[in-house]
Design a protein around this ligand. Structure first.
Ligand code: 4NP
Length: 167
């Protein structure tokens, strides 16, 4: 029997910088490892200002320099996501609070609720609580976001592979 894919959702404020980058980095890793069929991957924002837009061009350019494509269009997190995904990874403390607050409203204690965690909890090399918002800063901020996300995505994949039933 083939196990159902693990559904992973990355969250940031605007869904045009950090979370689409996390989605792209994770997809890139899955493609490299030949694991695309084992996961459903998406991203969303806690805010809705940028809905429908591609990732920020500075974020896309920084990712392309590493050979990573960012395919997503911004969308806003909705309640269904809390039940539709297995794992939700948030970029900073504000995102974490927002998602946890939505989860409390929805189905307190429900076993079907996604596991909600800070993205950086999966970092192996870096020790930091947040993936900082690069939107109002310079180019080095986008590079730092990618450094953190490459570290965290590798750790996340390792954890998820250990959690999965073997086939
Ligand atoms: P993200 O970046 O949360 O990483 O997608 C941001 C994008 C836009 C804004 C803030 C953060 N903004 O203020 O419009």
């Amino acid at each position: 029997m083939t196990a159902a894919p693990t559904r992973v959702l990355f969250i940031s404020l605007g869904n045009i910088c950090r979370s689409p980058a996390a989605e792209g980095v994770f997809l890139h890793l899955l493609a490299r490892e030949g694991l695309e069929d084992r996961f459903v991957v998406d991203s969303a924002g806690t805010g809705g200002w940028h809905v429908g837009r591609p990732a920020d061009r500075r974020m896309r350019a920084a990712a392309e320099r590493r050979g990573i494509h960012l395919p997503s269009r911004a969308r806003q997190l909705d309640r269904g996501d809390l039940l539709g995904f297995d794992r939700i990874l948030t970029m900073d403390d504000d995102n974490l609070r927002a998602v946890r607050s939505l989860a409390r409203e929805l189905a307190p204690g429900s076993a079907d609720l996604a596991l909600i965690e800070p993205m950086t909890s999966h970092c192996r090399r870096f020790q930091t609580r947040e993936v900082p918002d690069p939107y109002y800063g310079g180019e080095e901020g986008f590079e730092h976001v990618l450094d953190l996300l490459e570290d965290a995505c590798a750790g996340l994949l390792e954890t998820l592979q250990q959690d999965r039933p073997q086939r």
